[in-house]
Design a protein around this ligand. Structure first.
Ligand code: HPA
Length: 299
């Protein structure tokens, strides 16, 4: 027997999304020349180095697009970079928006919804995370095969006109006014490309469950212990809303974390944002190999 509920209204004072899309197209005329759908990439804390690999990028700050908020977090540029990587059109978010900056989940995901509106078929989302799994080491890359979100707020679906395919399960659940299980966000083909790349280049790619929390503080020892017992391998402050937003628009998604610090209750270590950025810098090359392979083989 499905559980019925009254859908709460999600208030949204942002301009019509098609206005944001038109502004982005206007500032990046290269978008009209792309010969195939671009690959979408979200570059998290300290992972902006990959941005340098994008050829002849057109740079559009989020703040110049009506409806998008500017990023305020350290290590996050807050710009779209639109160009080519491995001969594939690419649109990358250099820096993201976070709930801890005071943004709503709708605001956090709006740049991703716009990328869906631009026609991306695949999205790779990268982030820094604390390792709760004692088998993880600082610097490991972990593919997010499962996730859970404790982030505050409501995640709206992207506008229907931005959706790549009909999400019929979602629509019929919504029409019937009942709950449905959250989407799976780890695309099997992208997962296989990522693992093949790791194998070919001789590095290990792990898998794990990512738990998203509000932050901005790191977790207490008691919280780390509790999260680990609940099955989380990683803890971070982002990524899940972006993956869900893209997946609900029919975009194939893959999330990858860099373990920047160990969040182990019985071997506590302090981590500050500077440590996080340094570890990411060192992991960026392996991440870049994966993104290049997806750019080449994923379409
Ligand atoms: N906790 C939450 N978010 C993080 C961490 C952490 O330990 N490391 C990097 N992002």
């Amino acid at each position: 027997m499905p559980i019925k509920f009254d859908r709460p209204a999600v208030t949204d004072s942002a301009p019509d999304p098609s206005e944001s899309l038109a502004a982005l197209r206007d500032r990046a005329p290269i978008l009209a020349k792309f010969e195939k759908p671009p690959l979408g990439v979200v570059l998290g804390s300290g992972l902006g180095g990959l941005a340098d690999a994008i050829e002849s990028p057109t740079i559009v700050p989020y703040a110049e697009i009506p409806g998008l908020a500017a990023s305020t977090a350290s290590g996050h540029r807050g710009e779209f970079l639109i160009g080519h990587l491995a001969s594939r059109p690419v649109i990358a978010m250099a820096g993201r928006l976070h709930v801890y900056e005071g943004h709503s989940l709708r605001d956090v995901t709006r740049p991703v919804a716009l990328m869906a509106g631009l026609g991306i078929n695949e999205l790779v989302v990268s982030c820094a995370a604390g390792g709760l799994n004692p088998n993880f080491n600082v610097g490991d890359l972990v593919l997010l095969n499962e996730h859970s979100s404790w982030l505050d707020g409501k995640l709206g679906a992207p506008p229907t006109s931005f959706q790549r395919t009909n999400d019929s399960a979602n629509e019929s659940a919504a029409a019937a006014g009942c709950f449905r299980r959250s989407l799976s966000t780890c695309d099997p083909q992208l997962d296989a490309i990522a693992h093949q790349t790791a194998h070919t280049n001789g590095f290990e790619l792990r898998r794990g469950m990512y738990l998203a929390v509000n932050g901005p503080n790191y977790e207490t020892r008691a919280e780390c212990r509790m999260m680990r017992r609940l099955g989380a391998d990683l803890v971070g402050m982002s990524t899940v809303p972006e993956l869900l937003c893209a997946a609900s628009a029919g975009v194939r998604t893959l999330g990858i974390s860099v373990v920047t610090n160990l969040a182990l209750p019985d071997a506590p270590a302090t981590a500050d944002h500077a440590d996080v950025l340094e570890v990411c810098e060192r992991a960026a090359e392996r991440l870049q190999q994966i993104v290049r392979a997806i750019a080449t083989h994923g379409a």
